[in-house]
Design a protein around this ligand. Structure first.
Ligand code: GLN
Length: 509
């Protein structure tokens, strides 16, 4: 029974919960059992909630009493540790916040609770969301459930691995340069970076405030849409939150799964993101071309579009991000949060320096130094100022691409999951992983990653990225659901179903 429950989508669980076929306690217990059985190997979680069963029992009681409950009420969810939670530690994967329990919930977490979802725990991540492999977590890496010797992507590898390993049906992540979409790609999951300002950042521990967005991770497009509907929308506590009303993402996904949304759709293939210059794994390019052929067969019009300034996106990002991060991380000063390393007879500066030396890992230090340098007097115009100009050019490239196409597509990542340790000592190689995802963050447009099959050479998942104009998130869900159906029909089932069963200590699967 519990083995079946963990393989159901959030939408399927919701139907069973509403029909009284299963209780939230049973569903939650099944996932907790799964976590107990496999997380010793996967290490998706930094903290498992002690309150999950009690929360689930309360949802069951309210349902029995006839309360009106939202669609995802009683469904468990994993939460990236970058999000503040009142009842669980929130470390952002850093030693400097070890054991810190915030005095408030992030808005997205408060909305999950209000919609009566059941938080399962906090998921592992690269420290302060800096990385593409989860190896920069101060608490040890997460492993990819498809192959435990490989990375689950990053920074949100914990959320993606939890979903891919059936430890949670859905999860929250955050995406500053690809940290939802790239982990989704390498674990065979779905992940969405909403339009900048579409989902509240209040209570999301900031990496780069002009780029960060919180979004859903799931095994199906509809599940991501259901989560998006719960967490999205205006939040007066986030000054960059868009005040407009939003269309229902779930309605869009349902329309896409059943209708003919692909007929006449102009699908733009971005020349600069197809890896023609090399560097993309052959199996990734092959699956991408097959997906394009399927789309054309379904009546979509494939157009080639050019975004010449995307070439500079990674360079601009790695100036803008460290600049903003160096400023955001200045608050970890040994006084206000978490760790404090005392220095006998030392000054305030000595204590701050010793705390930051002990509390931050190498990648964080690298970026703080880089960002401080880029912002310093005399260099500001040459580095940060130039990067901001490139950002504007990239936004203009998007405008011209979207004048020619309704949706843009590319592979979500240049390769399948690489081996743990493979890129750890080569920051530039790690940074180049995000070549396909970074442009959407720089321009604030929404992006979705969804599985498009397995690479023939290694049998590992490959992701397809869709991008839409700002505020057109619903289009992503409609088209994404249509493509998901098309691919599954062509491939004889979903990618997630082909994940190898993990050896378990509890024998759940
Ligand atoms: N991998 C990218 C980085 O290291 C993206 C991080 C993110 O999206 N949080 O900055």
């Amino acid at each position: 029974m519990s083995a079946d429950l963990i393989r159901l989508s959030a939408a399927e669980l919701s139907t069973k919960l509403a029909a009284g076929e299963v209780s939230s306690v049973e569903v939650t217990q099944a996932h907790l059992d799964r976590i107990a059985a496999v997380d010793g190997d996967v290490h998706a979680f930094l903290h498992v909630s002690q309150d999950a069963l009690a929360t689930a029992a309360q949802v069951d009681a309210d349902r029995a009493a006839g309360a009106e409950l939202g669609e995802l009420a009683g469904v468990p969810i994993a939460i990236k540790d970058v999000l503040c939670t009142l009842d669980m530690p929130s470390t952002a994967g850093s030693r400097i916040l070890e054991g810190w329990v915030p005095p408030y919930d992030a808005t997205v977490v408060a909305r999950l609770r209000a919609a009566r979802l059941v938080p399962l725990g906090k998921t592992n991540m690269d420290e302060f969301a800096m990385g593409s492999s989860t190896e920069h977590s101060a608490y040890g890496p997460t492993r990819n459930p498809w192959d435990l010797s490989r990375i689950p992507g990053g920074s949100g590898g914990g959320s993606a691995a939890a979903v891919a390993a059936f430890e949670a049906p859905i999860a929250l992540g955050s995406d500053t340069g690809g940290s939802i979409r790239q982990p989704a790609a390498v674990t065979g999951s779905v992940g969405v970076k909403p339009t900048y300002g579409g989902v509240s950042r209040y209570g999301a521990i900031a990496l780069a405030s002009s780029l960060d967005q919180v979004g859903p991770v799931s095994r199906t497009v509809l599940d991501a849409a259901l989560v998006h509907d719960v967490i999205g929308g205006h939040d007066p506590r986030d000054a960059t939150s868009i005040p407009d009303a939003w269309a229902s993402m779930a309605e869009a996904a349902r329309r896409g799964a059943s209708g003919d949304s692909l007929k006449g759709l102009r699908v733009g293939v971005v020349t600069q993101l197809r890896g023609d210059g090399g560097g993309f794994q052959a199996g990734v390019s092959q699956r991408f071309q097959e997906a394009l052929d399927l789309l054309a067969g379904a009546g979509a019009e494939i157009v080639e579009v050019s975004a010449p300034n995307f070439e500079y996106a990674v360079a601009a990002y790695y100036l803008i991000l460290p600049a903003e991060a160096s400023s955001n991380l200045a608050k970890f000063d040994s006084v206000r949060f978490g760790l404090r390393v005392d220095v006998a007879g030392g000054t305030v500066e000595d204590v701050m320096a010793a705390t930051r030396e002990a509390g931050f890992g190498d990648e964080v230090k690298r970026r703080v130094i880089l960002g401080t340098y880029a912002l310093s007097a005399g260099y500001y115009d040459a580095y940060y100022g130039s990067a901001q100009k490139v950002r504007t050019l990239i936004q203009r490239d998007f405008d011209s691409c979207f004048a020619q196409a309704d949706i843009l597509v590319s592979p979500s990542a240049p390769t399948t999951a690489f081996k743990l340790g493979e890129k750890l000592d080569d920051p530039l190689a790690m940074y180049l992983n995000d070549v396909t995802t970074i442009p959407a963050n720089l321009a604030g447009v929404p992006g979705m990653g969804l599985p498009m099959g397995l690479a023939p050479e290694d049998g590992l998942p490959v992701g397809l990225q869709l991008m839409a104009p700002a505020r057109s998130d619903a289009r992503l869900y409609e088209v994404g659901a249509a493509i998901e159906t098309l691919l599954q029909d062509a491939q004889g089932g979903p990618v997630w179903a082909q994940a190898p069963a993990l050896a378990t200590t509890g024998g759940v699967l």
